[in-house]
Design a protein around this ligand. Structure first.
Ligand SMILES: Nc1ncnc2c1ncn2[C@@H]1O[C@H](COP(=O)(O)OP(=O)(O)OP(=O)(O)O)[C@@H](O)[C@H]1O
Ligand SMILES: [Mg+2]
Length: 273
């Protein structure tokens, strides 16, 4: 099973948009997909026009199992676990829980029949983001066309390296760095693309053509539709199709070990030294 987390600590760079289009795109290609909203903003439910009685919060707290939290067939082949702002309280509700960074991975361990798991995350390295990263084995890093988004991408990779250091047995590879809202003729876009190319880690995984700026993505979200439903002939649909093909060519070579480590250190809300 592929497990892809969409991350960037910078807000508004196209994480949710990319999560939805990738998840719906894989489903349209015949994969069984589970899209998990690990962001208390709850944008996934909004963008896909879904509400659910059980959410990622209930799953994390053990108040329900995955079977109850999953909205089946939100689109053909696409199941979804939504989030709501109630998940903001998880940080304090789980404050004393042991191994709380791997709760989501453990709760989802018994989910069967899924080919691709996609996690949308919030613009912060919080408990839910750690949980998504530790439930994933691949990262997709959308980067908007400004220097702050680039800074957010670097900070995100620093956080990921910290996770790799603390959980060395976990495989968490950078699958794609995805320039978003690219406008080739602007200086800002060119500067960010050049910086991404020049970065040894991000340059090696750069989806060079990027996702061009396309207002249809915003209109599609407002209409609670994916880009393939709203504007299948738009350049955004074309670009996300290319990204899906690129990702399919970069599937991890082997399945990672699924069992959880017993000695997981706590990295969120560490007590002051
Ligand atoms: N390629 C694009 N062209 C134009 N607009 C885009 C593009 N990608 C995303 N957007 C728009 O940018 C805004 C932010 O996108 P999105 O919500 O996906 O970002 P995000 O990283 O998930 O934000 P947050 O960090 O708050 O979760 C939305 O209005 C979305 O429609
Ligand atoms: Mg988002």
């Amino acid at each position: 099973m592929r497990r892809i987390a969409i991350v960037n600590m910078k807000g508004g760079v196209g994480k949710t948009t990319t999560a939805v289009q990738i998840a719906a795109g894989f489903a349209a290609r015949g994969r069984r997909v589970l899209l998990v909203d690990a962001d208390p903003q709850g944008n996934i439910g909004h963008v896909l026009g879904l509400t659910a009685p059980r959410t990622v919060r209930d799953l994390m707290l053990g108040e329900c199992g995955p079977g109850d939290a999953i909205v089946r067939e939100a689109r053909p082949g696409l199941d979804v676990i939504t989030a709501t702002p109630a998940a903001f309280a998880l940080e304090s509700q789980l404050a004393g829980t042991i191994q709380r960074e791997t709760l989501l991975a453990r709760r989802l361990r018994d989910v069967r029949g899924v080919d691709v798991l996609v996690f949308d995350t919030s613009p912060a390295m919080n408990l839910l983001t750690y949980n998504a990263l530790l439930a994933a084995n691949e990262l997709v890093l959308p980067v908007g066309m400004d220097s702050l988004a680039l800074m957010g991408a670097r900070q995100t990779l620093d956080g990921v390296n910290e996770i790799r250091g603390l959980w060395p047995e976990r495989t968490l590879s950078l699958a794609a760095v995805v320039p978003t809202a690219v406008s080739a003729q602007t200086h800002a876009s060119r500067a960010v693309l050049e910086a991404l190319e020049a970065d040894p880690e991000m340059g090696a995984r750069l989806f060079r053509q990027g996702i061009r700026q396309c207002i249809d993505l915003t209109y599609a979200a407002a209409a609670c539709q994916t880009i393939w439903e709203y504007a299948p002939r738009s350049r955004a649909a074309e670009d996300y199709t290319a990204l899906l093909e690129w990702l399919e060519g970069r599937a991890p070579a082997r399945e990672v070990r699924e069992d959880d480590e017993e000695e997981a250190p706590s990295v969120v809300q560490r007590s002051p030294a």
